[in-house]
Design a protein around this ligand. Structure first.
Ligand code: ZN
Length: 87
């Protein structure tokens, strides 16, 4: 029996090392302050994204015929397909 070296595994390890090493070094260089900054940045991004979506949310209107929720710029109701302009 001959033991073949698992080339795929070695290749994967090499790729992981190449990708992970700069990240680990960067995190070690940044230290706890870097972690805090990273956390704050992620938190801030989440807050900004949430605010953007909540600002867009009220742009809905009820269908004058069936009361279904539709976009304000919709010309016909997506539910009953009646024209959206309130008589
Ligand atoms: Zn409708």
């Amino acid at each position: 029996m001959t033991e073949y070296p698992s080339l795929g595994g070695e290749l994967l390890k090499g790729v992981l090392a190449v990708v992970a090493l700069p990240v680990v070094v960067l995190l070690l260089l940044l230290g706890p302050f870097g972690w805090l900054t990273l956390g704050a940045a992620v938190l801030l991004a989440g807050v900004i994204r949430g605010r953007e979506s909540s600002e867009r949310a009220p742009e809905r209107t009820n269908c004058p015929h069936c009361g279904a929720r539709n976009d304000v710029d919709a010309t016909v109701c997506s539910y009953c397909e009646e024209p959206m302009d309130a008589a």
